[in-house]
Write a protein that binds this ligand. Structure first.
Ligand code: SF4
Length: 321
């Protein structure tokens, strides 16, 4: 891990901090990020291409987040699900990031909100009491595609290696948390091999995971730049050779290149068969495979009927925020 090379800088976040996510099925959810930027530095990360993303090597953490959350949740109905990490990871290995994450989750859980997070990080032992007490309000998803150290260091150089993420998932399961695994992105020739899929599915099954979400890498212009800059040229070339030359619209307005449908179908079918033989449930990410006409979304498991923000009232009449 080289997250030690990152500079973590405190920042005062301007409200609102809870926002409606913009992509795919996340549009149904309220979301928040604890940091701007992410030290896990995945080479395929689309969030690194956002206009507001800080330069590589810098992460801003929002030190006034707990205070903002206290105010903003007054306008959300109890029982709303708040999704963490649409453009960062709240379990980056930095003490102040973890402290803010703890305080924010503590506020939300105590007030009766549900939380959902996708992470490559490690949930510290200090979260145990909180998580055990509110386990029915927590939905965790662990992102892990390969347990090979070399693979993790190449594609996700700042994140804990796959083995560590599995241990993290096992611990969360022991705390009674609902944990799924996300195999995303599968990278052609590197993690979509039968050998890798067989191994990772078996290891997930062994620790008690019962549901997985799967998706292939897709390319956006900025991701192509990152792969060119951060991977050895031969590896980048092998990956690019699997993609067509044309661009597609994914989500409402995102321009992306998708792996040819025939290869995606073949791999997903293989994963579904293998998972079925192990008793694992599989969801293929619908948003990133718009041409497959899938019915289930990755968030189908959440209590997520989007509840409207409550408008504050003045003398019984609603007023705008
Ligand atoms: S963990 Fe997520 S947000 Fe962080 S760099 Fe990787 S893909 Fe991006």
């Amino acid at each position: 891990m080289d997250s030690g090379n990152f500079l973590f800088i405190p920042k005062i976040k301007k409200p609102p901090v809870i926002h409606r996510a913009e992509f795919g099925c996340l549009k149904k959810a309220y979301a928040l990020n604890v940091t701007q930027g992410c030290s896990f530095s995945c080479v395929y990360c689309y969030a690194r291409g956002y206009a507001i993303a800080p330069p590589k090597g810098i992460v801003y953490f929002y030190r006034n987040l707990p205070e903002l959350i206290q105010k903003e949740i007054k306008h959300l109905p109890i029982g709303t699900t708040i999704i963490f990490n649409t453009a960062s990871d709240c379990f980056q290995t930095h003490p102040q990031v973890l402290e803010i994450t703890y305080r924010v989750m503590n506020i939300l859980l105590r007030r009766g909100f549900y939380i959902s997070f996708l992470t490559k990080g490690i949930v510290p032992e200090s979260f145990k009491d909180l998580f055990c007490r509110y386990k029915s309000q927590i939905y965790a998803t662990i992102n892990v595609v390969s347990l090979e150290k070399k693979y993790c260091n190449l594609f996700e150089p700042g994140a804990p290696i796959g083995e560590e993420r599995l241990k993290n998932a096992k611990r969360l399961l022991e705390w009674g948390i609902n944990v799924r695994a996300r195999l995303d992105p599968l990278i052609p020739f590197f993690s979509d091999t039968k050998e890798n899929i067989d191994f990772i599915l078996l290891e997930l099954k062994k620790i008690g995971i019962s549901e997985i979400i799967v998706n292939y890498l897709h390319l956006r212009p900025r991701i192509i730049e990152q792969l060119n800059q951060e991977l050895p040229l031969t590896i980048a070339k092998v990956i690019f050779s699997c993609f067509p030359s044309n661009w597609q619209i994914v989500g409402s307005k995102t321009l992306a290149k998708l792996i040819p449908i025939s290869l995606r179908k073949r791999t997903y079918t293989y994963i579904e068969q293998k998972a079925k033989s192990l008793g694992l449930k599989v969801t293929i990410c619908r948003c990133k495979n718009p041409d497959l006409n899938l019915s289930k979304t990755c968030l189908s498991h959440l209590p997520l009927t989007l509840k409207k923000r409550l408008q504050p009232t003045l003398f019984g009449k609603e007023v705008s925020l």
